[in-house]
Write a protein that binds this ligand. Structure first.
Ligand code: ADP
Ligand code: MG
Length: 238
């Protein structure tokens, strides 16, 4: 159960408001993409949803539960970052199992979960290898594995593919879409890439300067943009 609601959520840094009062509802199982120019508040939104950053005002509920004041570990969310620092001295299996370090699970349980996550990501043959023996795409898969292993109801991806080359980005995009199908989890995905946004999203949220300009399906936004900003952002390839 991962229906997410933001009600009047705001964020200020040093007295400067970077997220204006925001209302947003995301349904269980939806794939929602946040787009908008650099600095518009995409990462801040994700970090507040994850609990890595407190809100300045408003409330966040997840699965009907008010999580506004809860720390990340109590939120049923997992986040995948653009820079996916893996531990070089740990194997792939250990890196993935690291996502469970604070779960209180036994080592053998963590190992079994890591193996299952690796299977999902076609990393089974790489479990015993060190990150330096992997390609960029495989490393990003390990980072995703670290999130999957927690079996969260809500995945948060912050530009996870922007460090990969174009060909690999396409492949990983298809893999993330397949993962969404398979897990049925809710996913929020931040990207600069309009093709990623248009192809992955059930729903796109367009942000500008901490304000949601429009929320809609890719087709809605393309055929019926609310304003010139949305039209420019969705219409013009970067
Ligand atoms: P995006 O991810 O869309 O590029 P961010 O959420 O990173 O945007 O940033 C939104 C705004 O908040 C920017 O103006 C940024 O400078 C500011 N900001 C983000 N994090 C901090 C912070 N920790 N301290 C001060 N300002 C911040
Ligand atoms: Mg960002």
């Amino acid at each position: 159960m991962s229906d997410l609601t933001l009600s009047g959520v705001t964020k200020s840094f040093d007295g400067t408001e970077v997220i204006s009062p925001t209302d947003l509802g995301i349904e269980d199982g939806e794939f929602v993409v946040f787009v908008g120019p650099s600095g518009c508040g995409k990462s801040t939104m994700l970090r507040m949803i994850a609990g890595l950053e407190g809100v300045s005002g408003g409330t966040i509920t997840l699965g009907g539960r008010d999580v506004t004041q809860l720390p990340p570990v109590e939120r049923d969310v997992a986040m995948v970052f653009q820079s996916y620092a893996l531990y070089p001295h740990m194997t792939v299996g250990e890196n993935i199992a690291f996502g469970l370090r604070i779960s209180g699970m036994s080592k053998s349980e963590r190992r079994a979960k890591a193996r299952a996550a690796a299977d999902t990501l076609q990393l089974t043959d790489y479990l015993a290898r060190k990150p330096k023996a992997l390609s960029g795409g495989q490393r990003q898969r390990v980072a995703i594995g670290r999130a999957i292993v927690k079996e969260p109801g809500l995945f948060l991806f912050d530009e996870p593919l922007s460090n990969l080359d174009a060909e690999l980005r396409v492949q990983m995009r298809l893999e993330i879409a397949a993962l969404h199908q398979r897990l049925g989890a809710t996913m929020i995905y931040v990207t600069h890439d309009q093709v990623e946004a248009m192809t992955l999203a059930d729903k796109i949220v367009v942000l500008r300067k901490g304000v949601i300009e429009q929320v809609g399906t890719p087709i809605d936004l393309y055929t019926n943009p609310a304003n010139a900003f949305v039209a420019g952002f969705i219409g013009s390839p970067k």
